[in-house]
Design a protein. Structure first.
Length: 266
């Protein structure tokens, strides 16, 4: 756990594994923090990779900047962090919002991206209805705190059968959501309300990409992952059974197998 200056923001992050090894940066989703990647960090460092897992601004131990955090801001934070670490190129991966930040990083800082890992995410631009929902949710989180929201979405973040069948995982996910600062979550929601269309940049990408999706994800269903896979000329698709929106948490062994197989082929 280290504080690191990046793009005007003191990001907290873990930097594990051999410093000279191939670097992989994993970006958490909303409203979580870097600890969600613990199973992946353990597997990747055991396989000899260097793994960087930051807390995005407004999440985990990183400072909250009230207002609006555009995906461009969050991607620039990632780029600044890698620059301060002296990393010229990395595998950039993320889940959900983290996947969109990975896409934004590819858009804004293409030279940084050796390969992409896009888990349970969409390249589509925000709709007018979706933008309205995100702004209303931002206001609601500031008014109510994170507790009611966490309770409301737990069986969408995880497949419902995993909420009951994997109580430790469910509690871990719920605890991350409840611990998030509402101002940080609200700022990111307002930024995502302005999300652009990433399909043009992805369609022209020459880097390899691993597209991962939980078989029972209700937020970004398998059909959307298949469309993302079809869009990208150098991508592979891994559908993780018995998982919802967070397969890296719900089925870490299957997720890690897909990830390690992909990385081994780079």
């Amino acid at each position: 756990m280290n504080p690191q200056f990046g793009n005007g923001v003191n990001l907290f992050f873990d930097d594990l594994g051999p410093r000279a090894a191939a670097p992989v940066i994993l970006i958490h989703g909303h409203p979580f923090n870097r600890t969600m990647w613990a199973p992946q960090t353990a597997a990747l460092t055991a396989a000899g990779y260097r793994v960087i897992t930051p807390d995005l601004r407004g999440y985990g131990e990183s400072p909250v900047l009230a207002g609006k955090a555009l995906l461009a801001d969050l991607a620039d934070d990632i780029a600044a962090l890698l620059a301060r670490l002296g990393i010229e190129q990395a595998v950039v991966g993320g889940v959900s919002m983290g996947g969109q930040i990975a896409m934004e990083t590819r858009l804004r800082h293409p030279g940084l991206v050796r390969a992409l890992v896009l888990s349970d995410t969409t390249p589509l631009p925000e709709t007018e209805e979706g933008a309205k929902h995100r702004r209303e949710l931002a206001d609601r989180l500031l008014a109510e705190g994170m507790g009611p929201y966490a309770e409301e979405v737990i069986d969408k973040m995880l497949a419902p059968y995993n909420v009951t069948g994997m109580p430790e995982a469910a509690e871990r996910v719920s605890a991350m959501m409840r611990a998030t600062d509402p101002e940080g979550a609200a700022a990111a929601l307002r930024g995502r309300a302005e999300r652009p269309d990433y399909r043009p940049v992805l369609a022209g990408a020459t880097e390899p990409c691993l597209v991962v999706v939980g078989a029972d994800d209700v937020y970004t269903p398998v059909a959307e992952a298949e469309a993302l896979h079809a869009l990208m000329p150098h991508s592979v698709l891994a559908v993780i059974g018995r998982a919802g929106h967070l397969p890296g948490v719900e089925q870490p062994e299957a997720f890690n197998r897909a990830l390690l197989e992909f990385l081994a082929g780079l």
